[in-house]
Design a protein. Structure first.
Length: 222
């Protein structure tokens, strides 16, 4: 508490069963098959733990930024799968070490459309850029010492970026159905009114494919 006076008290462990055996098997399969967004979820969880339990603002902010980068790179990779690129072509595209700013402001917008201007502080992307990306850089490169308020803003910035990305994926679901399904799943698509007859038919197709639907066509032998 002396080190992190803003920390929240740690909760006791949940005594009820947190997941079913089927959900556990699905999770193990997803890890084995490198399902998109697992790394994103892992770093987001670490960020939230640092924010809510240990009160480590530095860890929270850096972890939220890693989650954001993973979120966008996984989305871009799966978009390329949707576009029909082979595994070799996708590996070649991503092996060029795309700068993160180029991914955020050029490559993703060219696929999904929408507002991705980092200078527009009123937009989701502009808020993210100011309150997460720039703060993270200040920590790494200038030794900036953030407080809990910065970490709270970083969490909001990550959430706004995520929500913006998901909204664009839903808008483009007919173009990138594998990507939006990988990101949201059938239940979330239904809740958002985005699981019409066409999308539902594709989801059933994806579920019945012999290899993971998010793999490139040559690796999945589609």
């Amino acid at each position: 508490m002396y080190m992190h006076p803003e920390t929240a008290a740690q909760s006791t462990m949940n005594q009820s069963q947190p997941f079913t055996e089927d959900e556990l098997n699905q999770a193990l399969y997803a890890i084995m098959k490198s399902k998109p967004y697992l790394t994103t979820a892992s770093w987001r969880s670490r960020a939230q733990r640092a924010l809510r339990q240990t009160g480590d603002a530095v860890d929270a902010i850096i972890s939220f930024q890693i989650a954001a980068e993973s979120l966008l790179f996984d989305t871009y990779r799966t978009i390329l799968v949707d576009e029909g690129l082979s595994s070799t072509e996708i590996d070649h595209e991503l092996s060029a070490e795309i700068p993160f700013k180029s991914l955020l402001t050029k490559k993703i917008p060219s696929k999904l459309g929408g507002q991705w201007d980092v200078k527009s502080e009123q937009s989701a992307v502009g808020f993210y850029w100011k309150n997460l990306y720039i703060i993270r850089n200040s920590i790494i490169h200038a030794g900036f010492q953030p407080h809990g308020g910065h970490a709270e803003a970083a969490q909001s910035a990550y959430s706004m970026l995520r929500d913006h990305l998901e909204a664009r994926l839903i808008e483009k679901r007919k173009v990138y159905p594998r990507t939006v399904f990988a990101r949201l799943g059938a239940d979330a698509l239904r809740e958002r009114g985005a699981l019409g007859a066409h999308m539902l038919a594709l989801v059933e197709q994806f579920k019945n494919e012999p290899e993971p639907f998010y793999w490139p066509y040559d690796t999945a032998k589609r």
